[in-house]
Design a protein around this ligand. Structure first.
Ligand SMILES: *[C@@H]1O[C@H](CO)[C@@H](O)[C@H](O)[C@H]1NC(C)=O
Ligand SMILES: *[C@@H]1O[C@H](CO)[C@@H](O)[C@H](O)[C@H]1NC(C)=O
Ligand SMILES: *[C@@H]1O[C@H](CO)[C@@H](O)[C@H](O)[C@H]1NC(C)=O
Ligand SMILES: *[C@@H]1O[C@H](CO)[C@@H](O)[C@H](O)[C@H]1NC(C)=O
Length: 436
């Protein structure tokens, strides 16, 4: 017993030598403290995760005409999970039905995307940090699950102090002046949730934590709100490898080879390409001319394509004119602008990992596996793009004297930043610092 006390005293002394945020984190060891009283000091946290993480449910009405009889199996039978488990889709021979029912249609009259006729969709568990899950068992800690466990160990509780904002992965926040019914609705609900979470916690402003596409959406959400609202309700943004508006090569490669984030080992490699083309989100994050200039990004024997050549590249890929329309109307990235959130922000990103820089389809056939040329990045996002984006956010924050902290973590990948022990510790320390 006495030895134990001495040990604890020694530990306390050692802890004093650590930076305050890390010290608090290590100090808040499990069950050392009454959860109730510890909670008083915490700001509510709202989480979001990458594009493979939200779930989508569907309901098929009479207006639905299945292209294959088996795709009509759930017609008139209420809500079912359309995107929740890869194994279920494969076991029930439903992958091609999934492709059909997930696909969006661009409506030139409303200038907006909608579901296929007779398909209704919804994202379950809005408001919950449990609204994110990986779709197979290959990555049990993906989708911020390990991070969520850490927060719960500190005393955070879903629905009280911890929340989540799952989204419809197929849609994309519109550019200013463009309509998006889905995003008008989503951003209104996020705003409502922030206000509710704050009201529930003594009017304390919230901390947002977003990974990858989820981080991008948090930024876009914050930028859609009035400055005075942000100041009142947002304590801090913690962005974990957000997908930058300056783009990255993998987004371009996914147009040619299908989505790497929605992938079935059991299906042919191009099985989901047409579905992917129909998503508004597939056209976000293409490498922007600002960062990638006239560099050849797609290389073939007869012609190279740079960030200035997307219309030609899409025609070469076989995008129909119908498919081209939303691209030209929506997201041509030549005039991209970066808008900083103007609330205290910590941006964390890995670097030093082999990341696709260029792809070679030498024979000009885009249906084959390309050869990749690699450069620096986090394994998904190119480092030059991260730097241009982060520096621009920093510049805008500095002008107004608002905290912007950019933390570069060597050798940690895009997917592992909130999983790998070393980077997870850094993230937790930042969250605790934001809480103080
Ligand atoms: C916020 O609280 C109001 C009133 O209790 C409730 O009607 C609404 O559904 C809540 N919204 C969210 C997004 O939690
Ligand atoms: C395409 O780019 C590569 C690499 O920069 C270059 O070697 C090649 O000459 C270019 N090809 C054409 C057709 O411009
Ligand atoms: C690009 O944006 C700038 C600043 O917002 C604007 O002045 C310019 O006209 C835009 N150019 C095009 C081609 O839209
Ligand atoms: C990162 O990985 C490279 C290559 O494996 C290695 O040489 C380097 O020492 C690593 N850096 C750190 C800080 O771990």
């Amino acid at each position: 017993m006495a030895m134990n006390t001495v040990f604890v005293r020694l530990l306390q002394l050692l802890l004093l030598l650590l930076p305050p945020s890390l010290r608090d984190y290590l100090w808040a060891a499990p069950s050392d403290h009454g959860v109730g009283q510890k909670l008083q000091v915490y700001h509510p946290i709202i989480m979001s995760a990458g594009i493979s993480c939200p779930v989508l449910e569907a309901r098929l009405t009479d207006a639905y005409t299945p292209s294959l009889p088996r795709c009509g199996a759930f017609k008139g039978k209420g809500w079912f999970p359309l995107w929740n488990s890869k194994q279920d889709l494969v076991d029930h021979d439903y992958v091609s039905c999934f492709e059909e029912q997930m696909s969006l249609v661009f409506d030139p009259v409303t200038n907006d995307y909608r579901n296929q006729p007779g398909v209704e969709t919804r994202v379950p568990d809005f408001g919950s940090a449990y609204g994110f899950s990986y779709k197979d068992d290959s990555c049990p800690f993906c989708c911020n699950i390990k991070l969520r466990n850490e927060l719960e160990a500190l005393g955070y509780r879903d629905g009280d102090t911890l929340f989540g904002v799952p989204y419809d992965i197929r849609h994309a926040p519109p550019r200013p002046g463009q309509p998006s019914e889905v995003y008008s609705d989503y951003f209104a609900r996020v705003k409502d949730l922030v206000q509710n979470a704050s009201a529930k916690n003594g009017n304390k402003p919230v901390i947002f934590i977003g990974h990858s596409f989820g981080g991008k959406l948090i930024l876009d959400f914050v930028n859609s709100t009035p400055l005075s609202w942000r100041k009142q309700f947002i304590k801090h943004l913690v962005l974990l490898s957000p997908t930058p508006p300056t783009g990255f090569l993998e987004a371009l490669k996914n147009l040619a080879s299908g989505p790497s984030c929605i992938h079935f080992d059991a299906a042919p490699h191009l099985a989901l390409r047409t579905m992917w083309w129909s998503f508004a989100s597939s056209l976000l994050s293409l490498p922007s001319p600002t960062v990638f200039t006239h560099e050849p990004l797609i290389i073939t024997k007869h012609r190279n394509y740079s960030a200035y050549d997307y219309p030609d590249f899409l025609v070469a890929l076989g995008f129909s004119m119908k498919g081209m329309l939303p691209f030209t109307k929506w997201v041509f990235p030549t005039n991209m602008s970066v808008e900083a959130p103007m609330v205290p922000t910590t941006y964390l990103s890995g670097f030093g990992v082999q990341t696709i820089n260029q792809v070679v389809f030498w024979d000009g056939n885009f249906d084959v596996y390309p050869e990749n040329v690699y450069g620096n990045g986090d394994g998904v996002v190119n480092w030059n793009s991260v730097l241009v984006f982060a520096n621009e956010l920093k510049r805008q924050h500095c002008l107004k004297n608002i905290l912007f902290k950019f933390i570069k973590i060597p050798n940690v990948t895009h997917g592992e930043i909130a999983i790998q022990d070393n980077s997870l510790k850094i993230i937790m320390a930042e969250i605790l610092e934001a809480n103080s």
